[in-house]
Design a protein around this ligand. Structure first.
Ligand code: PEP
Ligand code: MG
Length: 579
């Protein structure tokens, strides 16, 4: 038994079987296999080798056509290594004799190749070490990728243990059987955390080298409340955690009773509780949990889930599907927010040094107008199918917003010329998630129909804290007075200019902040659907007047500690079972 402490990012407790996931570009922990698994591992290696060869031959052909035979020839070296028995035999022998996984054997053998090349006095050959790393990455990707596909069809419940979960990995998971996540890295608003909360399953991140200590098949307790993971727990711990699981189920049953009741304060103020989704299928759960609509549809996950870029028709079909499920309720479609944590840097020719400050989100779209237009065309075409609203992410200057709107206008004209039906009068809004946009909210408010505050990025950029870095997770705090001042001012700017304002960052679904946001004048909250019940319970148990008093008091504090302490006390009075 071993207890590991990390950061609890999605509540709940689960006891289940581990599946350890490796990912590209990562150290592959040494992991043993049973003798009867040897043939299966060798087959995984052989399949990955075959797949890599097909990829490289395709690549060589494409590059030869596009550039020249000489440039295409660069891949001859890679193909030669893949066909070389001095790669195949040592890998197979390591699997057979040392009883290790295919990925571990590939990694060890190719690392040995790399160090041999590096030691060569011939400059040309020494430089080939980069090619060896490239070959290693390709084979590993295929070994691991082939294994991951089976995660899409599990026959048993399991928890996923990974270094970090890439969006493409979570997209491929069998959501009915995955009961929890635990990762080596990450923070409260990293992708893993958001997906876990959206699925309503416990998650702990920032666990250091957990992947090296757990083997697939181990029994694991993931305690998302306390931020603890227990590897192969003893009987006492199993009893204690089963008891907790039972209590939590009782709370869920109580919250379920609120599902069909409105989110209205005791003094009659109606609040709109909406849901954040990544896939159209999530709409059903959101509506079942009482969401009044979708306040944030993260469309980039459609993009990340497939190997090739989605076509206009792919986008259109996804939107049409979501709108059908929504049956008239609003759908805020956020345009592509790729980059940074939502795009593996490995896919870039030259990885960015500071991806969060780099070519991400709206910037990437403005640099790739054909891709952007494809998405906008699909969104506009979907406007005749329901209540569609468009939202641009990561806007940091007025010029960016104007450019994005101009491209939208071009798309409108194109559709008109083509005689395709669409609705012209749809609301166009923007996310406020960069301090420059928050500080200029008054100017922006004159040019959009709504704001949605993305606190995940707003906190990150205001406090200079990487939202995915576990080392600084303790500094990531929406309760920081600087963040709260920006929030208050953006809500005020929205009201002053008669445009609606919502919060769609994780803060909106945290019961701790409900009273404060309500008191600051927020009327639209968009969150992961499992959070709707608790937030609704608080709203229905208070008055707007009381929430305003809470907000006034909070805004008088000058440290996040005071804010958190006070909010905890006030919220505990309303839902003691949660705090
Ligand atoms: C945010 O930044 O708060 C947000 C909602 O967007 P994402 O988490 O997708 O970056
Ligand atoms: Mg964001």
């Amino acid at each position: 038994m071993e207890i590991k402490k990390g950061i609890g990012v999605s509540p709940g407790v689960v006891i289940s079987t581990a599946i350890v996931l490796d990912a590209e570009d990562l150290a592959i922990p040494r992991r043993h296999i049973e003798p009867q698994q040897v043939d299966q591992e060798i087959k995984r290696f052989q399949d990955a080798l075959d797949k890599s060869l097909v990829e490289l031959n395709d690549l060589r052909a494409a590059v030869t056509v596009k550039y020249s035979k000489e440039i295409g020839g660069i891949f001859d070296f890679h193909i030669g290594i893949l066909k070389d028995p001095s790669l195949f035999e040592p890998v197979v022998s390591a699997i057979r004799n040392q009883k290790v996984t295919a990925e571990y054997a590939v990694s060890v053998v190719l690392r040995r190749f790399a160090s041999n090349f590096q030691a060569m006095s011939d400059r040309y050959l020494a430089d080939r070490v980069k090619d060896i790393y490239d070959i290693e990455r390709r084979i590993l990707h295929n070994v691991i990728g082939l294994k991951q596909e089976s995660l899409g069809q599990l026959t048993y419940d399991a928890v996923v243990i990974a270094r970090d979960l890439l969006p493409s990995q979570t997209a491929a998971l069998d959501r009915t059987h995955i009961k929890g996540f635990a990762t080596d890295v990450g923070g409260r608003t990293s992708h893993t955390a958001i997906v876990a909360r959206a699925l309503g399953i416990p998650a702990v991140v920032g666990l250091g080298n957990l992947t090296a200590e757990v083997s697939s098949g181990d029994t694991i307790i993931i305690d998302g409340n306390r931020g603890v993971v227990i590897i192969n727990p003893d009987d006492d711990q199993l009893v204690e955690h089963r008891e907790y699981e039972r209590k939590r189920e009782a709370i869920e049953i109580e919250l379920k009773e609120l599902q069909n009741l409105p989110a209205v304060t005791k003094d009659g103020h109606v609040i709109s509780l909406q849901a954040n989704i990544e896939f159209p299928e999530e709409v059903n759960d959101a509506v079942a949990r009482g969401a009044a609509g979708i306040g944030l549809y993260r469309t980039e996950f459609l993009y990340m889930a497939s190997a090739s870029e989605p076509t206009e028709e792919d986008h259109y079909r996804a939107h049409a599907d979501a709108l059908k499920r929504l049956d008239g309720r609003p759908l805020v479609i956020r345009t592509l927010d790729l980059g940074a944590d939502k795009y593996t840097q490995a896919k870039q020719v030259v990885p960015e040094r500071n991806p969060f400050l780099g070519d991400r989100s709206i910037r990437m779209c403005l640099h790739n107008i054909p891709m952007f237009k494809r998405q906008l065309r699909a969104i506009m075409r979907a406007t005749v199918l329901g209540d569609v609203r468009i939202m641009f992410p990561m806007i940091s200057t007025l010029m960016e917003l104007r450019q994005a709107k101009m491209i939208l206008n071009d798309v409108v004209e194109e559709l008109e010329d083509e005689g395709l039906p669409f609705r012209r009068d749809i609301p166009v809004g923007m996310m406020i998630e960069v301090p420059s946009a928050a500080l200029m909210a008054n100017q922006f408010a004159r040019e959009v129909n709504f704001f949605s505050i993305g606190t995940n990025d707003l906190v990150q950029y205001t406090l200079a804290v990487d939202r995915t870095n576990e080392k600084v997770a303790g500094l990531f705090c929406p309760a920081h007075p600087a963040v709260l001042t920006l929030l208050r001012d953006v809500i005020r700017a929205g009201h002053r200019n008669s445009i609606s304002v919502s919060v769609c960052g994780e803060m909106a679904g945290e019961p701790l902040y409900t009273l404060l946001l309500l008191g600051l004048g927020l009327t639209i909250f968009s969150m992961n659907s499992p959070d709707i019940g608790e937030v609704k319970k608080i709203i229905r148990s208070t008055t707007l007047e009381h929430a305003r008093q809470v907000a006034r008091r909070v805004m008088s504090f000058d440290s996040e500690r005071q804010v958190l302490h006070f909010l905890r006390e006030e919220t505990r009075k309303i839902i003691p079972e949660v705090f």
